[in-house]
Design a protein around this ligand. Structure first.
Ligand code: CDP
Ligand code: MG
Length: 153
């Protein structure tokens, strides 16, 4: 049985919120058949962002990245479904400037840095760590999608 309840953690970054992409990005995940199990609009602290991006703390752009992420609210979401982590990354695109058209970054981004619009977990470990960092257990909702029988055999 394929795992149809894999979860990935997605953030619409400050530029994505300010450029009015919340609805468009949510729509893409809904249309792809993923189930929303958690969602909130938050202004996260410096410490919170530093923990989230701990793998990048030696990067020269790290201080600037943390500042950009604190510049406004972000939408934190958990989406669930078959291969959600890998497919979520595919939907995101890659390097913002060079992402293929049809991906979120390929359609909405102009540059890396302050213009990357969206974050998505890149592994099962990252997804577990990120979800528990951003959401309490009771903020994640367990329910069945009414159209599940049309999404999975
Ligand atoms: O977001 P993604 O996983 O595709 O890329 P990353 O290499 O893990 O970098 C995380 C984030 O750091 C990017 O989304 C950018 O916001 C930022 N970044 C940056 O400001 N300057 C770079 N040269 C590379 C990344
Ligand atoms: Mg990354």
């Amino acid at each position: 049985m394929p795992n149809t309840s894999e979860r990935t953690f997605i953030i619409i970054k400050p530029d994505g919120v300010q450029r009015n992409f919340i609805g468009k990005i949510v729509q893409r995940f809904e249309e792809r058949g993923y189930k929303l199990v958690g969602m909130k609009l938050v202004c996260a602290s410096k410490d919170h962002w530093e923990f989230h991006y701990q793998d990048l703390k030696e990067s020269p752009f790290f201080p600037d990245l943390i500042k950009y992420l604190q510049s406004g609210p972000v939408v934190a979401m958990v989406w669930e479904g078959l291969d959600a982590i890998r497919q979520g990354r595919a939907m995101l695109g890659s390097n913002p400037l060079y992402s293929n058209p049809g991906t979120i970054r390929g359609d909405y981004c102009t540059q890396t840095g302050h213009g990357s619009v969206i974050h998505g977990s890149d592994s099962v470990d990252a997804s577990n760590r990120e979800i528990s960092h951003w959401f309490k257990q009771d903020e994640l909702v367990d329910y069945e999608l009414a159209n599940k029988c049309w999404l999975y055999e």
